[in-house]
Design a protein around this ligand. Structure first.
Ligand SMILES: [Zn+2]
Length: 330
C-alpha cells in the first residue's frame, strides 16, 4: 500500500472522469473497495517513512488519537490488577524507563509506568507512552540491564509506531469490507461529498495537488470522529485488551528488538544483556515459560539476530548505532 510517491504538481484538467470520480457513486464504490486507500488515489494512502526504522508505513490514525483511546484501558488495567508502589520495583522501573526514553530521544514526552503486583512474566506498552511491567517479569530479568532490554523493546514499539500501523491495517480491511454499506446512506457521507463538490464547482482546472488534497479531505471527512471510532472498535474486535492490542507482526517484533538494543546502548546499558535475556527465555525446561513469549515467539533466533546486530554496530565504530540496519547475510 506504500509504493506511490507523488511529487507531481502539474495542473489537472477537471474532465468528465474526474468529476465522475468525485461523484457519489464512485466515491462510495472506491471506499467500499478500499480503493480510496490504494493505487487509484495514492495521495490518500497515508504513507510515511518512519525515521527510526526506515520503513514506509501506512497510517490512517495518529498516535494522539490512539493514545486517547488507550487511556481507559490503562486505567482499567490498573484498577483490575493490584499495582505496586514499592520503590524496588516502581522506582527502579521509572529510573530505567527515563534512561531508555532519553536514549530514544523521547525524554521530552510524558511517560507513565506501572508495576503490576503479580508473578506474571510479561510486560507491555499501550499507546500514549504507557509501559506496564509485571513483577514476575522484573524478577525474571533480574538485572537493570535486562529490564532495560525489555523496556527498550517496548519503547521500540512506540517509536516504530507499530500500534498505529497495526490498527491502520485493520481499519483499512474493515473499510474495504463494510465501508460501502455502512457509510453509503449516512448523513455524514453526504456532508463530506458536498464539501468536496463545492470545492471544484464551476472550475475547469484544479492543480493536481489541490485535487489530491480535496480527495484526502474527503477521505478524512468520511472517516471522521463518529464513524471512525465505531469502525475502530469493530476493527479491534475485542477492543483494547490489556497488554496486547493486536499481536505484532514478526517484522515489528524484530524492529523493536533492534531499536531496544540501540536505546540500551545510547542510554549506557550493555546491549549484550538483551541477548542474554532472550537466551534465558529460550531455556524452556529450566524455568516456567514466560508469558511474554506467547506474543514474542522464537527467542533463540531473536537472541542470534540481536547478537549479529550489536556486533555489526560495534564494527561500524563511530558510524554505528544510528540505524537498525543489519549486516548482509545475517
Ligand atoms: Zn513486542
Amino acid at each position: 500500500m506504500c509504493t506511490h510517491d507523488h511529487h507531481d504538481d502539474q495542473n489537472a484538467v477537471i474532465d468528465k472522469d474526474t468529476k465522475e470520480m468525485l461523484s457519489r457513486r464512485h466515491m462510495v464504490q472506491a471506499l467500499a473497495a478500499g480503493g480510496a486507500l490504494t493505487v487509484t488515489a495514492p495521495a490518500l494512502s497515508g504513507c510515511a517513512t518512519n525515521a527510526e526504522t526506515g520503513s514506509k508505513q501506512f497510517l490512517l490514525i495518529g498516535d494522539g488519537q490512539l493514545g486517547q483511546m488507550a487511556a481507559s484501558s490503562w486505567a482499567e488495567a490498573k484498577q483490575k490488577t493490584p499495582t505496586s508502589t514499592d520503590p524496588r520495583y516502581l522506582g527502579r522501573l521509572k529510573t530505567i524507563g527515563s534512561r531508555i526514553a532519553r536514549g530514544a530521544n523521547k525524554s521530552n514526552e510524558q511517560w507513565d509506568y506501572a508495576v503490576f503486583d503479580t508473578d506474571t512474566k510479561n510486560a507491555f506498552v499501550l499507546p500514549g507512552n504507557r509501559v506496564g511491567f509485571y513483577k514476575g517479569m522484573m524478577d525474571f530479568a533480574e538485572t537493570d540491564d535486562q529490564i532495560a532490554a525489555v523496556m527498550g523493546h517496548e519503547v521500540g514499539h512506540v517509536t516504530g509506531k507499530h500500534a498505529a500501523e497495526r490498527v491502520s491495517q485493520q481499519l483499512a480491511g474493515q473499510l474495504a469490507v463494510t465501508g460501502g454499506t455502512a457509510l453509503a446512506g449516512s448523513q455524514l457521507a453526504k456532508k463530506c461529498r458536498s464539501r468536496g463538490e463545492a470545492r471544484i464547482a464551476g472550475r475547469t482546472q484544479v492543480p493536481r495537488n489541490e485535487l489530491y488534497a480535496i480527495q484526502r479531505e474527503y477521505q478524512q471527512c468520511m472517516s471522521g470522529a463518529h464513524s471512525k471510532t465505531k469502525m475502530l472498535n469493530a476493527a479491534l474486535g475485542m477492543g483494547f485488551t490489556v497488554g496486547v492490542i493486536l499481536p505484532y507482526s514478526r517484522k515489528h517484533e524484530s524492529q523493536s528488538d533492534l531499536l531496544g538494543a540501540k536505546y540500551m546502548h545510547k542510554a549506557g546499558y550493555n546491549p549484550y544483556e538483551s541477548v542474554k535475556l532472550w537466551e534465558k527465555m529460550a531455556e524452556k525446561n529450566t524455568r516456567r515459560q514466560p508469558e511474554f513469549l506467547s506474543t514474542h515467539p522464537d527467542p533463540s533466533r531473536r537472541a542470534r539476530d540481536l547478537y549479529n546486530y550489536i556486533k555489526y554496530q560495534e564494527k561500524l565504530g563511530s558510524q554505528g548505532w544510528e540505524s537498525i540496519r543489519m549486516p548482509k547475510n545475517s
